[in-house]
Design a protein around this ligand. Sequence first.
Ligand code: KIV
Length: 291
Amino acid sequence: MSSSPSENKVTTRTFRVKKAQGDVLTMLTAYDYPTAVAVDKAGIDSILVGDSLGMVVLGYQNTLPVTMEEMLHHCRAVSRGASRALLIGDMPFMSYQASVGDAVRNAGRFLQEAGMDAVKLEGGEERLEEIRAILDAGIPVLGHLGLTPQSVHQLGGFKAQGKTAAAAYELLEDSLRLEEAGCFGIVLESVPARLANFVSSQLKIPTIGIGAGAGCDGQVLVTHDLLGLFDAFVPKFVKQYASLHQDMSQAFLSYKEEVEQGLFPEEKHTFSIPEEEWDLFLARVEEDDRG
Ligand code: KIV
């Protein structure tokens, strides 16, 4: 699979155009080469290398332990597999919160070292300085509001957000602030569908919903959830389009049984040596007196 730019490469402009035309945007996460190839081939508009990889690939309890090096490693694999989709690298916890300088340098690494087209980071008003500085460096930013998993301890768990009038109003204000700052879109995670629909109607940039209903301008899911590959828990907003964890477990069991029963490998899985070479080999063994 080539990583040369595709003719119909999706860009942040595509996001603006699709929103203006009322066309829905599609986004999925990917963390490795084969998944990126498949997602790109399916014509999904955008691939997010989410820090959700900490939970669904690396087995952490939440996204907080994920490092820049882990993110860059997975982003590089994804960028080798996708040529059309807009590639977005998720800035991990503490890669942008401590200083504006850190934020710009780390955002730059996603583009310079890992083949990403844009970055995503969590937060509203409290992150505006970092977002503006990253944008000033020429790096497109996707915002992320609502349930922001890097603040899981502050939020008291993975809970839906924006359920009071005050919280809903704050989310609307933050969305407008992110748009004004120059973000090319905003992920809305786990917010009431009514609120997400209203916010989407107030913005010129697209909203990408996850657990935010059909009124958003686009949808994103964690691919391991969609495939039924992550089985620790299934969030309410997930639709499983496959049962890959079950399929994988069944395949491993079948392999074990067949190997143990001598059913695998079969003749067709083996290589042959020409008869005359085999005879020469045996003659040599005999000569050595090993036979
Ligand atoms: O990390 C991630 O995959 C995300 C999506 C859930 C939007 O942030």
